[in-house]
Design a protein around this ligand. Structure first.
Ligand SMILES: Cc1ncc(COP(=O)(O)O)c(C=O)c1O
Length: 437
């Protein structure tokens, strides 16, 4: 491949033509001259022929991305990992006639449960050791797989930066003859560290949000395929869920990132080293840190005397906006463009805050809830909204997922007992949708 940015080159050339734009979009280039729709020569996202001998510009660009991520095929998504997750679940189900169950980590993102609703998939949950953790053991997964199971779905990296043993889980999946699908929304960058990306660890398919950690516009993501069984129908299936007007600005951004990555092969290592330096500094200052992936710093704020939300508010006084704060933890997420001066500024803020820390706080645990109906049945059945504290004994009709992290505390179809109702209420949810029986 001679040129690294086939989409960008086409868009630039088109912008400089000075033609009358008698085609969509309505802004005619005035909002942004690179923004177009599928005109002649621009290829078409859901029809781009990856395996063709004369691929169009999108397929050419996807091939370059596939080389960078060592996949069998890479598909661009302009609707985030959400679209990639819908697509991979639909592809896995389509290739497993008569089966309906996916074994999944309990703290999967709501895009997973929404896909289960759309596709009538029955999730079977495997609990990790702690709340919102990806650390699920291969043996727990193996025990949960039965004859109705067609896939295993895990989220690794999780919101706090925890990671699963993907290699171990992929060996279990191979042994049991089920597909391994990985929500790697937070870990697109792992491809640039040796042996860490889910595709290189044996995943059949994997969803990466390019926009979360790479230098790509919001909405840009990849569906990576590691098992050629899925290549044939992947584009068709993605078209079922995606907008018929995918953004060329997002495609342009994904396309230009291929060049950036090719020319800056050590960038991820540089950022990882900076973050490692920050982690060492914070630990030396006496902060208690969670083990987290190379692009995250996750602080146990209770040990420093604050809730995660309070800590995030303190950081804001230093002009630092965190990715996430909750009752316990505060997460800072770094990315391709994180600079040394940002890390130095965070170090000095952490040092200042530490000097003023009050005494430590504590709490927190899982919410255990039993599934009574499928998520789909509960979601589409008649429902009413009631005060959460009165919901004991009722069946939940929605995903209650404070965002971020967008991970449901309770799913549609699950029984709410009094303890669960209290825990959800304590999370700040005062009303809840329940099924009318
Ligand atoms: C773990 C996880 N999976 C999937 C998604 C969906 O990704 P996207 O926003 O790229 O659609 C998110 C979004 O925050 C997420 O945190």
């Amino acid at each position: 491949m001679n040129c690294l940015t086939p989409i960008h080159d086409f868009l630039l050339k088109n912008a400089n033509k000075g033609e009358i734009r008698a085609y969509m979009p309505g802004h005619k280039g005035y909002e942004n001259p690179l923004d177009i729709t599928e005109i002649k020569g621009a290829d078409s996202l859901y029809e781009a022929e990856f395996f063709s001998d004369s691929p169009g510009i999108i397929a050419q660009s996807e091939k370059i991305a596939s080389g960078l991520f060592s996949s069998v095929q890479t598909l661009y998504s302009c609707s985030g990992s959400t679209l990639a997750i819908q697509t991979m679940l639909a592809l896995a189900k389509e290739n497993s006639p008569g089966k309906r169950t996916v074994v999944a980590g309990r703290y999967s993102h709501r895009s997973f449960i929404n896909s289960c609703i759309l596709l009538d998939i029955m999730p079977r949950w495997v609990y990790p050791k702690s709340f919102i953790s990806a650390e699920i053991s291969p043996s727990d997964i193996e025990n949960a797989i039965d004859d109705d199971t067609f896939g295993v779905f895990i989220n690794s990296i999780d919101y706090y930066g925890g990671m699963s043993d993907i290699k171990g889980i992929s060996e279990v999946c191979r042994k049991k003859g089920v597909f391994l699908l990985v929500d790697n929304a937070h870990g697109a960058y792992l491809s640039f560290l040796p042996g860490m990306h889910p595709i290189s660890l044996g995943a059949d398919m994997c969803a990466d949000s390019a926009h979360k950690t790479l230098s790509v516009l919001t909405g840009g993501a990849y569906l990576h395929i590691g098992n050629k069984l899925f290549c044939n129908n992947a584009k068709n299936v993605m078209a079922l869920f995606g907008s018929s007007s995918p953004s060329y600005l997002i495609l342009d951004s994904l396309d230009r990132f291929n060049k950036t990555a090719t020319e800056n092969k050590d960038r991820v290592k540089i950022v990882s080293d900076m973050v490692k330096g920050l982690k060492d500094f914070a630990a030396d200052m006496g902060y208690s840190l969670y083990k987290s992936d190379p692009f995250k710093l996750t602080i146990n704020c209770l040990d420093a005397g604050y809730t995660g939300n309070e800590f995030a508010a303190l950081l804001k006084e230093y002009n630092i906006e965190c990715e996430y704060g909750d009752k316990e933890k505060c997460v800072m997420l770094f990315g391709w463009n994180t600079e040394k001066k940002d890390i130095e500024h965070i170090k000095s803020a952490l040092g200042d805050i530490k000097k003023k820390s009050p005494i430590k706080k504590s709490f927190y645990s899982h919410i255990y809830a039993r599934a009574v109906t499928s998520p789909r049945e509960a979601y589409f059945k008649a429902k009413e909204i009631i005060p959460t504290l009165n919901a004991g004994g009722r069946i939940c009709a929605e995903s209650i997922s404070p965002c971020p992290p967008g991970i449901p505390l309770i799913m549609p179809g699950e029984n709410i007992d009094n303890d669960t109702a209290r825990a959800i209420y304590d999370y700040g949810i005062e009303k809840i949708k329940v099924n009318i029986s």
